[in-house]
Design a protein around this ligand. Sequence first.
Ligand code: HEM
Length: 515
Amino acid sequence: MFRSLGLLRSSVTITLILADYARSFSTFQWPNPQLAYADKQLYEGSLGILAQNCAPRENTTIPAQWLRIAYHDMSTHNVDDGTGGLDASIQYELDRPQNIGQGQFDSLNDFRAFDIFAPFFGMADVIALGAVFAVAGCGGPLIPFGAGRVDATEAGPATVPEPQQDLASHTEAFRRQGFTPTEMIGLVACGHTLGGVRQVDFPLVVTDTDDVLQTFDTTTNFDNAVVSEYLQNTTENILVVGPNVTTRSDFRIFSSDGNVTMQSFLSSDTFNETCGSLIGRMINTVPSGVTLTQPISEPFDYVVLGDNPDRTVTMLWADRQGSNCPSTGCTSPSTQTDEAFLTLIGNIQGLTANRFLFNATINATTSISKFWFEVDENDGSDPIVVNNGGSGFVIEQDSIFIDNGRSEAVIITPTFEQYKQVVVAIRGDSSSTVSITTFDPASDATTPPYLPTIITTNLQLDERNPSEGGFTFFTANVTDSVNFVNITGNVGGTSYTQENFDMTVAAFPFVQISQ
Ligand code: HEM
């Protein structure tokens, strides 16, 4: 996995992950911040921790709550006009009785808690990712995950199915959402293998006030018990056998084709495959015009090889004149190897991964045009060249960039408040101008919608860092939780931009100041 790049006196921090299982080199083309970020969230992100082992909460499970909110959010889709879908409009729809439940608020809180929103990865992507973790966390199928959903800015139509509606309404609701009557049976059975119905939310469905939550089946896991118990007439699914006949919606749906579909789900394989495919379609149901990245079903942004403790990895680069090895040097061995901690998805797939870090000093004048790697197994075989499919990892421009070495992560004592002092290097003089647009995923809101803060700031000439090597330095302070930065500058009449600089891997030196 190749990460942030700083130039000049400062080090180049580039990381490469090698996971220890055999497969061909990835087709991933760097740079692709969106796909790289989706891959990182799926395989190394923090969100999955909450779904591990089908974690319990509020008499149900966290995964049950995450799967339900994903369906409710998607329910606004209308195939006829291409509107709605999984677009986080649920954030504006929680006052509707159809969306009742503490689980919806808790889920959205989970989704914002780790500050993983990015300019190209909003709440809708996190809801979809949550569904993938939810199903896998409870032992269900692995669902490929692509990113690129677009967050709605207002509520969609009130079209979530409710238990008191008749079969015709449900069939029509699912048709409008893009699912056939048979797929409706599947999707409801796949959803209702997790969790259950809460008495406080649906007192007309769960009439016994001692019942806090009536589970759909007797197992917590994602399995076909909801099916077998229904077919064996042992089910206690309140939407099948509840005292209120009007709200037996699962019964009407499950039996709508004479139980043919439910019978087929007695095969766990069929159940898992069908659920993987239907829930996959559910999370990929988006308004027309929204394009998702290709779905990730194995680590994408990784170069993957068998495990070998003798392996050495070297970074190489070419200068801006194209010379592969300027006199000032052009190779750097990895300085550190860290084990990457993979999410439950990586664990289920049996993967382990190591990250190789590099610290290269690059001459300011000759600079760098592209870099690549050589992986040597040190077993007599030829080194493998990792060069981004042939082109190398190309540095588009070196006129304006965040200087990793001069920027600082500042901690104020005794309050331990933190902020980042960003320094931008410009290949030009002090007449240059530069501004940054910062993306802060943290939201101060206490209720949904949880919206990021995007601010554009003009940088000031950096008094602390005098010009050096033809570069002038500009600076601004940014909130600690900012995770992505776009830089725009004008150097000698030419405009430059660097988009989506990833602050989370920038590794600025820490500085403590007392107040
Ligand atoms: C006709 C369609 C459906 C109806 C009428 C329906 C109805 C309900 C009701 C009344 C609850 C209880 C919620 C609460 O107590 O707060 C529930 C829970 C749930 N539903 Fe559905 N549902 C439908 C379709 C689906 C689908 C398609 C999925 C997902 C694929 C799904 C996933 C869930 C999950 C996971 C829960 C458990 C939530 C928890 O335990 O916190 N439902 N559903």
